[in-house]
Design a protein around this ligand. Structure first.
Ligand code: PLP
Length: 407
């Protein structure tokens, strides 16, 4: 894939070149795809014509409106077929945060007197956890399910948490910090034995692993375009036929009356183009990313420093590596890597600025001091074997640089 997709640019760096100040020219490495991923050329090309023309409002009944409505419905059908859903089960939103808010608030508020209790995993994204915190302020009791040391919710943990007044269960498909992929079919089946609807936050999984909503058995599924090389600020919520949830937004009757607001038509079209592009190479890409991950781990092993990997080594998002480097100052390391044109993330991007250790790593039992020394490398479209090697080389250079400073 070309340079424009990876966001590579020439980066002249002479700041760190082991004392001799020789200018080194590197291309930058973007390995933070779990935070956000660069726009796919396919998405850009699909969106450009729409940006250049006068788009009608899809709700308008005149010819301009009808033309745009057709585009939106075509996009809905295409998304549905990629996930093995029906078009009527796909609702466009502004992204993962809205989809999660809608799913959880909608479920909690739709079940009246039985909706006094909700169950989520302890390692959900803040879009789920803070939504639950908001509902808890208004009387919902929330159980946060413990996970095992590699990030799995065990079936018995869920069974024991279910109550007669449980309104919903929400467990993410793939975790954004450690990549662990949950056994959603088993967990959803347990919820269904008790007639409880099951939501999964699949924001990190859609476009990265094959998804069939029937195999998963979920009733609701959240997705966000910017995690699979689509545009930012657009996503969707899958709601299984027959599942009723309250709207999140009050307003017009768009999206069959349950999601008010004029549709982000350009974003929707870009999202579909990006997802189709991902699906065309999904299997090959998964293998390629796995290879990069192995290469990176081999190169890191040669550094001869202690390394602690997190998550499930067998069932995780291909290309996502969460590793603690307890002997290094990770904040300094991230600054150093950034100066070298290498973008990787602290444990999770949202914690990076707050200097608080990640709730995900803490749920795995990782001590706070180790958790704070964690980096997340997430490869994606456009990354090459050279990138994996360069990250390890830059960490080696950082170690040498730190030793020189200390001497
Ligand atoms: N859920 C997960 C697992 C995520 O990783 C993210 C974003 O990082 C979100 C939800 C929020 O998605 P968005 O950025 O589209 O609002």
């Amino acid at each position: 894939m070309g340079d424009s997709l990876t966001g590579r640019k020439q980066n002249v760096s002479d700041r760190r070149s082991s004392g001799n100040r020789r200018a080194a020219v590197h291309s930058s490495v973007y390995a933070d795809h779990a935070s956000t991923s660069p726009l796919a050329p396919e998405a850009r090309e699909a969106m450009l014509p729409l940006l250049q023309q006068n788009l009608g409002n899809p709700s308008s009944l005149h010819f301009e409106g009808m033309a745009v409505r057709k585009i939106v419905e075509q996009a809905r059908s295409e998304i549905a077929s990629l996930l093995h859903a029906t078009p009527e089960e796909i609702f466009f939103t502004s992204g993962g945060t809205e989809s999660d808010n809608w799913a959880i608030k909608g479920l909690a508020e739709s079940r009246g007197s039985i909706g006094r209790h909700g169950i989520v995993s302890a390692i959900e994204h803040d879009a789920v956890l803070n939504t639950c915190a908001h509902l808890a302020d208004n009387g919902l009791e929330v159980t946060k399910l413990k996970v095992n040391g590699i990030g799995h919710v065990l079936p018995d943990t869920l069974r024991q948490a279910i109550r007669p007044d449980t309104a919903f269960v929400s467990v993410m498909l793939a975790n954004n910090e450690i990549g662990t992929i949950q056994d959603i079919p088993v967990l959803a089946a347990i919820a269904h034995e008790h007639k409880i609807p099951f939501h999964t936050d699949a924001v990190q999984a859609v476009g990265h692993i094959p998804i069939d909503v029937h195999t998963l058995g979920c009733d609701l599924l959240s997705a966000s375009a910017h995690k699979f090389n689509g545009p930012k600020g657009v996503g969707f919520l899958y709601i299984r036929h027959g599942v009723r949830i309250r709207p999140l937004l009050d307003g017009g009757s768009q999206e069959r009356g349950v999601r008010a607001g004029t549709e982000n038509v350009t974003g929707i079209v870009g999202m579909v183009a990006a997802l189709k592009a991902r699906y065309q190479q999904l299997e090959a890409d998964m293998a390629r990313l796995k290879k990069l991950e192995i290469l990176l781990k081999e190169a890191l092993a040669e550094l001869g420093i202690p390394l602690i990997y997190h998550g499930d080594a067998d069932h995780h998002l291909p290309g996502l590596v969460s590793v603690s480097l307890p002997t290094l100052d990770v904040k300094d390391l991230l600054r150093y890597l950034s100066a070298e044109g290498i973008a990787v993330s602290a444990g999770a991007a949202c914690h990076a600025l707050k200097n608080r250790s990640s709730h995900v790593l803490s749920a795995l039992g990782v001590p706070p001091d180790i958790a704070l020394q964690t980096i997340r490398i997430s490869f994606g479209v456009g990354n090459t074997e050279k990138d994996a090697v360069r990250i390890a080389q830059a960490i080696r250079a950082f170690i040498q640089h730190t030793r020189e400073v200390l001497l």
